[in-house]
Design a protein around this ligand. Structure first.
Ligand code: PLP
Length: 399
């Protein structure tokens, strides 16, 4: 019998999908389920996006497209990132992918040799770990617990960079914690990065449009423009425009990296579909009222989540200021029981919560923080409050 490749042994099914799948099955079996599990924005883009897609279909070329992305898409992205604060970039600094996920995989292939070190803070987006494993890189996980608001400190970064990793991967605003780094915090980390010229910097900032409390979005290159030669900014239409199923992500970075990603595209995906590119161009270039309204709505929902969690004795939730996640420390429940079910871990907790109350949350260990769980709060308000009430009830029933 032939064997699968060794790298498949290292690839694990996404823990988020496992919970989401169980919740789906319970729902199909007639249970009343409230899902806080999947990180989907839960809104649709504006009508102009659909109009652009229909228009594109009406004169479809039916052909393969550019490996880098069409000039029109690249130009729309350039204008979009200029508005964020990235200036002086041209088409040769860019490349496209089937979502940020595929671009991140391409970047790992482009930047990491077998055995090279990649470091990133925990809590991390689950896929970082998996991509590192699949390409055979060594992950140095920098633990940033609830006691430090889940944020990386300059001292931690310094210690990690002293090991001369090939890549430092950073995510701001954060999935799963919703943390956002302030201008000052970014500047302090950028000062450290500037001292270690042998490390590539990848900033996965696909939630950059969802920042609350007036903090604004900041990137290391805004503080230290000299980092541009080795920093790759990753963006996507998935969260900002409510288009996760359309699958478009883009990078802006040094020309040699954009070229490497484009070469990998020529072998992996060829191009993004024409109609999808037309929709992405419309999203980037059209009115930004939908993302702006959603950002406001998510900030209000964040307040609802924090208010509910604050009433649960022993649960601590560092205040999220972006994206649409909260990441409470639930370890106060460990060692207790719910209706005879013993809870020793985050995984036990989330399984018991789903079983007893029909609320699906993702165990924090999927993100490298086993004291917590992730609440994705984009569901309709009519579900949010009852879901939170059920979590509170569950805690109250622990003995
Ligand atoms: N990066 C982060 C931090 C994410 O949370 C996600 C999706 O959840 C992605 C990347 C992937 O985004 P895309 O849908 O563009 O592949």
């Amino acid at each position: 019998m032939p064997q699968l490749a060794q790298r498949i042994g290292r690839a694990k099914p996404s823990a988020i999908m496992v919970i989401a799948e169980t919740a789906k099955q319970l729902k199909a079996a007639g249970r009343d389920i409230i899902s806080f599990s999947i990180g989907v924005p839960n809104f649709l883009p504006g009508e102009h996006v659909y109009a652009a897609a229909r228009e594109s279909l009406s004169h479809d070329s039916g052909q393969y497209g550019s490996n880098r992305g069409s000039d029109a898409l690249l130009d729309a992205f350039l204008r979009h990132i200029e508005a964020l604060g990235f200036t002086g970039y041209g088409r040769l600094n860019l490349s496209v992918g089937i979502g940020a996920k595929q671009i991140l995989y391409n970047l790992a292939e482009a930047l990491l040799n077998d055995g090279d070190e990649i470091c990133f803070p925990a809590p991390y987006w689950t896929t970082y770990r998996d991509i590192a494993d699949i390409v055979g890189a060594k992950a140095n996980v920098l633990h940033c617990g609830p006691d430090q608001n889940y944020k990386l400190t300059p001292q931690q970064l310094e210690t990690a960079l002293a090991r001369k990793p090939k890549v430092f991967l950073f995510n701001n605003p954060s999935n799963p914690t919703g943390m956002v780094y302030t201008r000052e915090e970014i500047a302090a980390l950028a000062d450290v990065l500037a001292q270690y010229p042998d490390t590539w910097i990848v900033t996965d900032d696909i939630y950059n449009s969802m920042v609350f409390d007036g903090i604004g979005y900041h990137n290391f290159v805004f503080a230290r423009p000299e980092l541009r030669d080795r920093l790759i900014f990753v963006d996507s239409i998935s969260k900002t425009y409510g288009m996760p199923g359309w699958r478009v992500g883009l990078i802006a970075g040094p020309e040699n990296v954009a070229k490497a990603v484009t070469t990998l595209n020529s072998n992996h995906i060829t191009s993004v579909p024409e109609v999808v590119a037309a929709a992405a161009i419309a999203a980037f270039s059209g009115p930004q009222d939908v993302p702006q309204a959603k950002c406001k709505e998510f900030a209000q929902k964040r307040d609802v989540v924090l208010a509910a969690l604050a009433n649960i004795p022993g649960v601590v939730c560092p205040r999220p200021q972006g994206a649409f996640y909260a990441f409470p420390d639930i370890s106060v429940a460990f060692g207790k029981s719910h209706n005879g079910t013993r809870i020793e871990s985050d995984v036990d907790f989330c399984a018991a919560l789903l079983g007893a109350k029909g609320v699906a949350c993702v165990p924090g260990s999927a993100f490298g923080e086993p004291r917590a769980m992730r609440i994705s709060y984009t569901c309709p308000t009519a579900q949010l409050e009852p879901g939170l009430a059920r979590i509170a009830e569950f805690f109250a029933e622990l003995s």
